[in-house]
Design a protein around this ligand. Structure first.
Ligand code: ADP
Ligand code: MN
Ligand code: MN
Ligand code: MN
Length: 339
């Protein structure tokens, strides 16, 4: 038997976006614990905006488990928050709103800023660095500074150690801005992995004296890019049957529910979806083949394959909750009849 450090991770009740919370419990197992072996646990919901002081217990229900290579016998345990009965999802539990479908695939492209002393890492104390241009996929101290690459590389290794399905990383358009991409098969898998990857990154940066700025437009109305979380999605029907007629009906549904989508695509998105910087404006909905100024980009491959494959919703922002985003996309898709 060995003592494992189980880091139970959950989302708190703050709005408009939840924060990550976590705490450790030690338990003995003969080998790395499986999900079924992990017990429910509790926490004080009155400290996380999830309960009143009078009856403050909330339940943590493990839903996914990952090796944590930063600790000896470390385990990261992603949890859903449940009511004291242990079976009713708490209102803050957006994961519970995602329809279960092993054949839905999501790919999220998470952009973010590294921040130090209240400004993007690499920005001078006063004024701005050289304008955008060389930073995207850039190399060299003058473009990426000295510790940023160390952070993103370490983050990548920790995520790969955890079994998270990263597809890639890149330096982004603004100085101090980076991206990682995660793809997952199953309606909840990539969303779980985005939250755990956010957790690993945020925790990793503690020792560098760096914070992650997830806000979609931290530099406001300037010529500095904002951060998105493009959400690529496909159902089995979209991949295997599809067709132009179904696609047009699907886009009709996305247009009809445009406001409901924007409502869960992250706060302050009006600052980012302006119609500039490769975005469509927040009050318009459109789609277009290979159009990076559209709400939904239709890849060339989709059209070439007879309107089959995946689509990219470009509206979700970097601070959006991937659970709420995935749940909303699936809900809209489910309103469109399949032949
Ligand atoms: P960018 O939008 O940055 O140009 P891509 O269009 O290449 O990047 O990224 C597309 C993303 O779509 C991939 O990273 C992957 O996560 C996701 N993806 C690819 N195929 C599918 C699919 N069949 N279903 C859902 N997502 C997919
Ligand atoms: Mn990308
Ligand atoms: Mn990007
Ligand atoms: Mn994209």
């Amino acid at each position: 038997m060995a003592k494992y450090k189980l880091e139970y991770i959950w989302l708190d009740g703050y709005t408009p976006v939840p924060n990550l919370r976590s705490k450790t419990q030690i338990k003995e197992f003969a080998s790395f614990p499986k999900l079924e072996e992990l017990p429910n646990w509790g926490f004080d919901g009155s400290s996380t905006k999830q309960a009143e002081g009078r009856s403050s217990d909330c339940v943590l229900k493990p839903v996914a488990v990952y090796p944590d290579s930063t600790r000896k016998n470390g385990v990261l345990v992603m949890c859903e928050v449940m009511m004291p009965d242990g079976v009713t999802p708490h209102v803050s539990n957006t994961r519970a709103t995602i329809m279960d479908d092993p054949d839905t695939w999501f790919g999220f492209e998470q952009e973010y800023f590294l921040y130090q002393d209240g400004r993007p890492l690499g920005f001078p104390e006063f004024g701005y660095p050289a304008p955008q241009g060389p930073y995207y996929t850039g190399v060299g101290y003058k473009n990426v500074g000295d510790i940023a690459r160390q952070i993103v590389e370490e983050h990548l290794d920790l995520c790969l150690d955890a079994g998270i399905n990263h597809e890639g990383i890149n330096a982004e358009v603004a100085k101090g801005q980076w991206e990682f991409q995660i793809f997952g098969k199953g309606s909840k898998k990539a969303a779980d992995e985005i939250w755990v990857a956010r957790y690993i990154l945020t925790r990793l940066c503690e020792k560098y004296g760096v914070d992650i700025e997830w806000h979609c437009k931290p530099l406001g109305a300037t010529d500095w890019n904002g951060s998105g979380m493009h959400s690529n999605f496909s159902t089995k029907y979209m991949r295997e049957v599809g067709g132009k007629e179904y696609f047009e009906k699907l886009m009709g549904a996305f247009e009809k529910f445009a406001n409901e989508h924007i409502a869960v695509y992250g706060p302050d998105n009006h600052m980012r979806l302006t119609g500039l910087h490769e975005t469509q404006s927040i009050d318009k909905f459109n789609y277009g083949v290979a159009n990076r100024g559209a709400s939904i980009r239709v890849p060339h491959s989709f059209v070439n394959n007879g309107y089959k494959g995946y689509l990219e919703d470009r509206r979700p922002n970097s601070q959006g909750d991937p659970y709420a985003i995935a749940g909303r996309i699936l809900k809209t898709i489910s309103t469109v009849p399949t032949a």
